[in-house]
Design a protein around this ligand. Structure first.
Ligand code: ACO
Length: 377
């Protein structure tokens, strides 16, 4: 019998030079750079360049990459019209997936091995995702979309397109770091789903729309929303232990806890906490933070022996809420960051492509007799 690992745990699905994770030591690197270093010194656009092209850009390369991203922030009226037709009660991740799939029809990019096509598809997707998210977020409330501004950074422009106000620089900086932290994470579920799609030589828009669909689930990107629901439901630090005990006794998971790879605290969660502290010092503490700290203490006490610790989603929702982002936009913001990792894997996959076609262990029947309808019980 073939070796079988449920969820493909521990099974390498690709060889990659993009990111590295040591789940025992809590280390994450993009292209050999520690995540702590990139969070401190880089910005999202430079990090996206690093992920896509494998090295830090020179000053002129970075200038021209930034300019290309700025030039492609706008979306066509017909895409805005398409988003307007979507139900206002639909989830923004579904809207994003539909809009990205539609985007591909406007920018034919089927010659996927052509480096020009790879560059322009990547630039368009990284540049336009924030515009799509912000346009849907506004139109579902009956507001007009706000066109992007070229003089603002990637993160600041997104916040501007959401509200029409130039954001506080610290809020934009915090969001920018959160985008760096979410940009890439080895062979996670959405990257894998994007790679499977890429391996059929589908175009980048199709690859990214597959990955967005996979990211939307509550066990992956969708966990950040559920953490906020959980903290609100807990209501106070005093209620943390009884709430968690009841949840675990019912066999339920604590959202924002646990990771297939990390058996210690996710290093991205630690960086987010430091960032939050800076933000709280300037803009006041979020009331949910005290509950989150107590939930971390109790969660680690109850689950730490299984190697289950807070993951990045445990704190990202609190950060996004403080920055002024609506709860159901948390996962689309995650997608705005992760698109750079998905595209880096897409480009890498095409260098030595093999279509994904795993096998399965068949456990069903053989040689069944076909009974006419009137003889079946
Ligand atoms: N709460 C309670 N117990 C947990 C949790 C949790 N959040 N996570 C894992 N465990 C327990 C499991 O019940 C299991 O216990 P057992 O051995 O007694 O049966 C053990 O830890 C191992 O857990 P698995 O579910 O086998 O771990 P797996 O690697 O399959 O799952 C996952 C990882 C899906 C992330 C899981 O930890 C989970 O569901 N967490 C909550 C959702 C979440 O926060 N997702 C975001 C992940 S990060 C990201 O996508 C950006």
């Amino acid at each position: 019998m073939s070796y079988y690992s449920p969820g493909l745990a521990g099974v390498p699905a690709a060889k990659s030079r993009i990111s590295y994770l040591d789940g025992q030591k809590g280390i994450l690197e993009y292209r050999g750079f520690r995540i702590e270093l990139l969070a401190e010194k880089s910005d999202f656009v430079e990090t996206a360049y690093l992920l896509l092209f494998g090295r830090l850009p020179t000053a002129s390369e970075l200038r021209s990459f930034r300019a290309d991203l700025c030039a492609h922030r706008r979306i066509k009226y017909r895409i805005t019209d398409l988003i307007k037709c979507l139900p206002e009660y639909g989830h923004p991740m579904d809207a994003l997936q539909a809009a990205v799939a539609a985007l591909g029809m406007f920018y034919p990019a089927k010659k996927v091995r052509d480096p020009e096509v790879q560059y322009h598809s990547s630039v368009r997707l990284i540049a336009k995702l924030p515009t799509l998210v912000a346009a849907h977020a506004r139109m579902r409330h009956g507001d007009d979309p706000i066109p992007p501004r070229d003089d603002l950074s990637h993160a600041a422009n997104f916040l501007y397109m959401l509200t029409g106000k130039e954001p506080d620089p610290m809020m934009a900086e915090v969001l920018d770091v959160a985008l760096i932290l979410h940009a890439e994470h080895t062979m996670n579920a959405s990257t894998f789903s994007g790679l499977v799609t890429a391996s059929t030589l589908a175009d980048a828009y199709t690859v990214v729309s597959s990955a967005i669909g996979t990211l939307s689930g509550p066990l992956h990107g969708g966990a950040n929303e559920q953490v906020i629901d959980m903290l609100l439901e807990i209501g106070s630090a005093a209620n943390v232990r009884p709430y968690i005990e009841k949840k675990l006794a019912a066999g339920e998971k604590m959202m924002g806890f646990g990771h297939r790879e990390y058996k210690v605290k996710d290093p991205r969660a630690t960086i987010l906490q430091t960032l939050m502290q800076k933000m709280f010092d300037r803009h006041g503490r979020s009331p949910l933070y005290a509950i989150a700290l107590e939930a971390e203490r109790v969660g680690v006490d109850r689950l730490g022996s299984k190697g289950v610790y807070p993951n990045v989603d445990f704190f990202s929702g609190i950060v996004y809420e403080k920055v002024g982002i609506e709860k159901d936009l948390f996962t689309p913001v995650f997608a705005m960051a992760r698109v750079s990792g998905w595209l880096a894997h897409w480009i890498e996959q095409l260098k030595e492509n093999h279509i994904f076609r795993p096998t399965e262990i068949y456990e069903g029947e053989h040689e069944q007799r076909y009974l006419p309808l009137d003889q079946r019980s």
